[in-house]
Write a protein that binds this ligand. Structure first.
Ligand SMILES: [Zn+2]
Ligand SMILES: [Zn+2]
Length: 304
């Protein structure tokens, strides 16, 4: 299991959190992301012990080498409306508790949108909010994984510097990790279109964010319908968007990402057929020679 690539997709929890395990295993995922409750509602009743046990003791649970959570989309730690901000703090704390009960190592979260208050004020509010949440749940082991964003509207997190600022200023940086989304960093303007460009972008990631390599815990593999630098967040199927397969080939093969779980967040129907196609495309990229190395091999044969 540990030697196998940790690859999968975001799965629906309709019918109960344990149902996500069955969906993921039905298409041979080895990793999966889930919401810990309805993603468009602020609050939910706590998970019952039965629900938790059904998830933890599920007979297929061990087939998934990595399972983690994504926070709901309403949460905005930089919200300027006091009620909205208070809801965000409470909702995030509750989701971290749910994720902890399910034994999930981290909850992926978009840093927040400053809504006109400005980048600096927004980043400070996010940092203070994270500190406030951790103060009320000191024992929760589930970490917050800040996700790189596309930078749509006033969303923060589209520069590696934003993530670095939060990591450097929270009181318990050991409770923060990072999730990188290929479609988001591409739309944010980072070039990952070729192996060289991708290497350069990841060198920047390493340089800008404190302990970036150790903090990176997950990758969202999405192609992008929107152009590089557009700051528009529109996911596309792998190889069908503007990023190109070179970026995915690099990520699937680079030793540094070998143990990092990679999940799709691309559109799909109930049958998960789209996931099957995307996962097949990604698996085929593993160790497949790049066009240039194939050309090199041909040149070598010509010599010999
Ligand atoms: Zn996300
Ligand atoms: Zn994502």
């Amino acid at each position: 299991m540990t030697k196998e690539v940790l690859l999968g997709a975001h799965m629906s929890i309709a019918g109960g959190v344990h149902m996500a395990i069955e969906r993921a295993c039905s298409i041979n995922c080895t990793a999966m992301q889930i919401f810990v409750k309805n993603n468009m509602q602020w609050f939910a009743r706590p998970l019952s012990t039965d629900e938790i046990r059904e998830f933890l003791d599920h007979q297929q649970r061990a087939q998934l080498g990595s399972v983690f959570a994504h926070a709901n989309y309403l949460i905005n730690l930089a919200a300027t409306n006091p009620q909205f901000h208070a809801n965000s703090l409470r909702a995030l704390a509750e989701e971290l508790i749910r994720a902890d009960h399910l034994g999930l190592p981290f909850l992926v979260m978009h840093p927040g949108a400053h809504l006109g208050a400005g980048e600096e004020a927004g980043l400070e509010k996010i940092t203070a909010s994270i500190d406030a949440i951790w103060r009320v749940i000191p024992k929760v082991k589930t970490k917050i994984a800040l996700e790189t964003t596309a930078g749509q509207g006033s969303c923060l997190g589209h520069r590696f510097e934003h993530i670095a600022h939060i990591v450097a200023n929270v009181r318990e940086p050991e409770r923060i990790c990072i999730c990188l989304d290929t479609a988001h960093i591409f739309a944010a303007g980072y070039d990952i279109g070729s192996e060289n460009a991708a290497k350069k972008t990841f060198r920047k990631f390493d340089r800008v964010i404190p302990q970036a390599r150790d903090r990176l815990v997950a990758i969202h593999l999405n192609d992008s319908k929107a152009a590089r630098g557009s700051r528009v967040d529109r996911h596309a199927h792998i190889g069908k968007g503007k990023i190109g397969l070179a970026a995915f080939r690099f990520i699937m093969n680079a030793p540094r990402f070998g143990k990092i779980p990679k999940v799709l967040e691309t559109p799909k129907g109930k049958e998960l057929k789209e996931d099957v196609v995307n996962l097949r495309t990604l698996r085929r990229l593993i160790a497949s020679p790049t066009p240039s190395s194939r050309a090199q091999a041909r040149d070598l044969t010509n010599f010999g």
